[in-house]
Write a protein that binds this ligand. Structure first.
Ligand code: GCO
Length: 426
């Protein structure tokens, strides 16, 4: 009997046609993106060489029962010099997406995921108003060739994170602390999204849904009675989770949500500050990010609207795969609760399918369902990938997994024999 029938009465069931997959981005996995601004800052080198190994990676996703995949194209490959488009690179992406479709995957394609061609960066990047036009020209050139193989468009990835890392923390190129830079970039990214939204709908009337992937955080005040702390929560929530949607109102067919962070505020004197209770109270990832599944429920109910929600990223950096097992079960349980509470969640993409280049932090953080050996480019399926497969097969969380919350997941015990064989590479 197929597993979904066997456990039906004993499973936290997700809606029919729920999309289950994983996400990546071009610069983080492809390798040799020599014309990208990040090359001169912190190069991803050969990364996971997915540029050449995409068939293998997509097949693994298929083997793991994913029915959807989120990925991006690299602008700097396609237009290495202003106005000079490389037809071979466009052809590469056509082949890649065609291949993904041949595996019957629903494709979410991100058009911009953080990196810029060097020539765009030299002209000021997103701070420069002209970049809206440059981006539009790139999109107009490339989209007609790819459209057939794309089911959902994501115009931009995490505008807020990009602005924070670039213009507030000065960690990413343009490496520039600038308030004006923040404002200009926010407005330019919002205009770019609106224009692309219009273009995609006008040019392809049978239009595929369009949205962005937005990083949303769960904010909380330490003292519930403190008005100052509550104000800090409201302001931050507004700026990080709602502002970009306000600026681009009416141009989202779905909400794409990336969830990683929980932030608590407390007051020191008159100024609310972020507190870090992690070490004492909570499990953390290898990056020190708090594991706080409840926050996913909170942001989902907060953002719930008429349009469908896709969780376009959610994942954990950990070399302790058992932690990833618990993460998946606990976070997906919160997604289930949100759906029960009436939130229209239609899909979940684990970040990431494979280990990859984590921006300024390099290759140490291990987010993958699949482990990558960066010297040999070998891929190895982690047991947690199969716990996720088990969930996908049931289209929900079987009780056999739920009982592991708060405990070590005994993958040997819980996974079916054929899964164990996959781990052993049979
Ligand atoms: C981001 C991106 C991804 C990251 C992932 C883990 O949030 O920065 O969308 O590129 O790798 O979120 O940090």
């Amino acid at each position: 009997m197929p597993p979904q029938e066997k456990h039906d009465h004993d499973t936290l069931k997700f809606p029919p046609d729920f999309l289950w997959g994983a996400a990546t981005s071009a610069y983080q996995v492809e390798g040799n993106n020599l014309n990208a601004d990040w090359e001169d800052f912190k190069s991803a080198g050969k990364a996971c060489d997915e540029y050449h190994l995409y068939e293998k990676d997509f097949c693994l996703a298929k083997q793991l029962n994913h029915n959807a995949h989120r990925l991006s194209i690299e602008w700097s490959r396609i237009e290495p010099e202003q106005g000079k488009f490389d037809p071979e690179e466009i052809e590469h992406y056509v082949k890649m997406l065609k291949y993904l479709k041949s595996l019957k995957m629903t494709v979410f394609l991100t058009l911009w995921h953080f990196t810029l061609p060097k020539w765009v960066a030299k002209l000021g990047g997103w701070e420069n108003r002209a970049t809206i036009k440059y981006f539009e020209e790139f999109v107009k050139r490339v989209v007609p060739e790819l459209a057939e193989y794309v089911d959902f468009w994501i115009t931009l990835n995490e505008p807020g994170v990009y602005i924070y890392e670039t213009y507030i923390r000065k960690e990413w190129p343009q490496l520039k602390k600038s308030f004006l830079g923040q404002i200009k970039t926010t407005l330019n990214l919002a205009s770019a999204h609106k224009r692309i939204y219009k273009f995609l709908h006008q040019s392809f009337p049978a239009g595929k849904p369009i949205g962005i992937a937005n990083n949303v955080l769960s904010f909380e005040s330490y003292h519930k009675h403190s008005i100052l702390e509550q104000a800090a929560v409201s302001l931050n929530d507004l700026a990080a989770n709602h502002l970009f949607y306000f600026l681009t109102k009416g141009t989202h067919d779905f909400l794409g949500i990336n969830y990683y962070f929980h932030v608590r505020f407390t007051t020191h004197g008159l100024v609310p500050k972020q507190v870090n209770l992690l070490q004492q109270t909570h499990d953390v990832s290898d990056l020190g990010w708090e594991i706080y599944p409840e926050g996913l429920f909170e942001v989902l109910t907060d953002l719930s609207d008429d349009i469908p929600i896709y969780i376009t990223e959610c994942g954990i950096a950990s070399t302790n795969d058992d932690r990833r097992n618990r993460f998946l079960i606990a976070y997906l349980q919160e997604v289930f609760r949100a759906i029960r509470a009436g939130v229209n969640v239609r899909g979940f993409f684990y970040w990431s399918l494979i280990d990859n280049f984590e921006w300024h932090r390099g290759f140490d953080p291990r987010f993958g369902l699949i482990e990558v050996d960066y010297t040999t480019q070998e891929r190895k399926i982690r047991p947690s990938a199969l716990v996720y497969t088990d969930i996908i097969q049931h289209n929900g969380i079987p009780h056999s997994l739920l009982r592991f919350l708060g405990h070590t997941v005994d993958a040997e015990e819980v996974l079916e024999k054929r899964y164990k064989e996959i781990i052993k590479g049979k």
